[in-house]
Write a protein that binds this ligand. Structure first.
Ligand code: SAM
Length: 234
């Protein structure tokens, strides 16, 4: 797939759009599995304590339940593909995605929060992830050119997005032929995750994606706290 998304990404990054209130979250106050986020404060100026939030996202113990290799395997990336990590946070997934698409591929790691994108830039530099580009996006628009990406991964972020059907329509348009979107989020039954009133069932996510025109499927997988909903071009 092409790199048509990159100039637009550069534009939105240059504009510095971001730090929207709806994306901001508090780190969990109660104990949970390391890396689990809990809920949003609705702050207009980003995270009240970005370092604590970032530490939780990157806690090594997260791997035990997040199973990043399983998630990325389900995404079915191939060398040369362009993959988007939407709401990428500190970039927990980008190393896995970078490896999956290889040197000819591209990873666009997008987030509304500037402090998270700064952290991703540090990770990209530290880990030498030459095929990863981090950028700030607006809350209502991923800023992706039509037909420009092959895979989209959204982990623990879909429930933060407003106007989700309209947003999903933009994601659908951004996918090229054979494109795939995965939404990974906490189940209602999970003992951890955001407050129950913020969570979305897998049925709700599927209905939202289908309303936007996706064909959907609930994937079988071993993650203990989260479901994975796949959305494909019909
Ligand atoms: C719980 S974190 C998940 C981060 C990452 N996906 C992970 O699993 O480690 C949610 C992230 O979504 C971002 N976010 C919130 N609303 C967003 C939106 N409308 N578009 C893109 N990112 C958003 C937040 O800034 C935050 O970094």
């Amino acid at each position: 797939m092409t790199l048509k998304a990159l100039p637009l990404l550069a534009l939105v990054t240059a504009l510095g759009v971001g730090c929207n209130g709806r994306s901001a979250e508090n780190p969990p106050k109660a104990a949970g599995p390391a890396g689990v986020h809990e809920h949003s404060t609705g702050s207009e100026h980003g995270f009240p304590d970005p370092q604590t939030y970032a530490d939780r996202l990157d806690d090594p113990g997260r791997d035990d339940w997040q199973m990043p290799e399983v998630v990325v395997e389900r995404l079915g990336c191939r060398p040369g593909m362009t993959v988007v990590d939407l709401g990428a946070g500190t970039g927990y997934f980008v190393g896995y995605l970078s490896e999956a698409v290889g040197r000819r591929g591209r990873v666009l790691a997008l987030d509304t929060d500037r402090s998270m994108v700064d952290r991703m830039d540090e990770r990209i530099e530290r880990d030498g992830l030459g095929n990863v580009k981090a950028g700030v996006i607006g809350a209502d628009d991923p800023g992706l050119a039509p037909g420009s990406v092959d895979r989209i991964l959204i982990v623990n972020t879909w429930h933060h997005i407003s106007n989700r059907v309209a947003y999903a329509e933009k994601l659908l348009a951004s996918l090229g032929r054979g494109g795939l979107l995965l939404i990974v989020d906490f189940t209602i039954e999970s003992p951890h995750g955001p407050p129950p009133q913020m969570r979305l069932t897998d049925d709700t996510v599927r209905r939202e994606l289908e309303a936007a025109g996706f064909a959907t499927e609930l994937l079988e997988q071993p993650l203990p706290y989260q479901y994975i909903v796949a959305g494909r071009l019909p």
